[in-house]
Ligand binder design. Sequence first.
Ligand code: SF4
Ligand code: SF4
Length: 97
Amino acid sequence: MKYSAYAMPNLPTPGNCVTINPDICTGCCRCVEVCIMDVLIPNPEKKGPPIILYPDECYYDGCCVEECRESGAITLNHPLMQRVRWKRKDTGEHFRV
Ligand code: SF4
Ligand code: SF4
């Protein structure tokens, strides 16, 4: 008997933990292998960028970005509430990292 396995992204998930630039990504899957939360899975198409399957499981350790050898291929998107923000007293300017 033949069985098939399917990976279905959770489409309603609002999280966008990482962004992968398909023009730079080589599909090496180093980021997939290093992610202990299994947020990413390999693309079934050879050399395709990994698929972000479970973005809500990400805890933003950044290992995928650190492991990637192609500069700019993958970037981390910290949730707004986790970003540092400060205000310059004299001018009132707001800054966010
Ligand atoms: S490690 Fe970088 S180049 Fe390799 S698949 Fe991940 S994002 Fe693409
Ligand atoms: S930041 Fe960490 S948990 Fe999130 S996708 Fe990258 S390696 Fe996985």
